[in-house]
Design a binder for this molecule. Structure first.
Ligand SMILES: [Zn+2]
Ligand SMILES: [Zn+2]
Length: 270
């Protein structure tokens, strides 16, 4: 069975200590045939400060080139990046993504909009004291998602349910109040031949994805990657059996890997 993890981090991300060797060896141990390293390039830090709008590829390229041919026939190793808040400067993002070795780009939103202060969603969600605070975060997030899909610098939308990871569960919030807007976002994704990912968040969020994936599927969405978002090797391919079960129950038969920013489909259940 061919299986890939298309969202993982290494020490080229400021919040990971993992080496690419550790991540690759964990992938082999988990029976994966392909991984794509997607280190962070965020345009804002958690406090809302602007970060460089030119991405320095040197460290990512160096570790990838060193290892890409180490496991021939056993593990395909591809180079990607996770862009955080690319909506802030789409032209700068596009310029930095012009790298011949680059196969795949995840477009993520880790921060609030500039109008809302630009602080990290992780930070503001942990400061939530009311359900209304949580809803305001989601409302702002949907505004940015609508902007992001109009830009070019991404292949799949990263962890679409991201704020729900951190908003206190007791508020019982989900994306239902924004369903029509989310559907429109997905229609735009599909019309462009782009996709979304099922991000297992180290195995913690599979059940939260059901309705969102069902909506995407109902609208005709087929381009889908599967990723663990592992910042440590113990989370590579986390909860993939449950994720595959969910995908099959929703009628998804294919998953994608990428070559030169173009999706290739492989059968998810064989
Ligand atoms: Zn992310
Ligand atoms: Zn990530």
């Amino acid at each position: 069975m061919y299986l890939s993890d298309y969202h993982l981090h290494t020490r080229c991300s400021s919040d990971s200590q993992a080496t690419l060797t550790q991540q690759a060896e964990a992938a082999l141990a988990a029976g994966l045939r392909e991984i794509c390293v997607t280190d962070h390039w965020n345009l804002l830090d958690q406090a809302g400060n602007r970060l460089p709008t030119v991405y320095s590829w040197e460290a990512s390229l160096k570790q990838w080139k060193k290892l890409r041919s180490r496991w021939p026939g056993a593990l395909e190793l591809r180079l990607g990046v996770e862009v955080g808040n690319g909506v802030l400067d789409p032209a700068a993002v596009d310029a930095s993504l012009e790298l011949p070795e680059l196969d795949f780009v995840i477009g993520s939103l880790h921060s609030q909009s500039a109008a809302a202060g630009g602080r990290g969603i992780f930070t503001v969600a942990h400061e939530c004291t009311t359900k209304e605070d949580g809803a305001a975060i989601l409302d702002d997030y949907m505004d940015m998602l609508e902007e992001l899909v109009q830009t070019r610098g991404w292949d799949v939308l990263g962890h679409v349910i991201y704020p729900l990871r951190y908003i206190p569960e007791e508020y019982g919030l989900d994306l239902r109040p924004w369903w029509d807007r989310l559907a429109e976002v997905f229609r735009t994704v599909i019309a462009q031949g782009k996709g979304i990912e099922l991000n297992t968040t180290c195995g913690t969020t599979v059940s939260q994805w059901r309705d969102v994936l069902a909506l995407y599927r109902d609208l005709g969405g087929e381009v889908l990657t599967l990723g663990s978002d592992a910042h440590h090797s113990r989370f590579i391919a986390a909860a993939f059996p449950q994720a595959l079960e969910l995908l099959q129950s929703l009628g998804f038969r294919w998953l994608c890997v990428y070559r030169s920013r173009t999706p290739l489909f492989y059968k998810a259940d064989s």
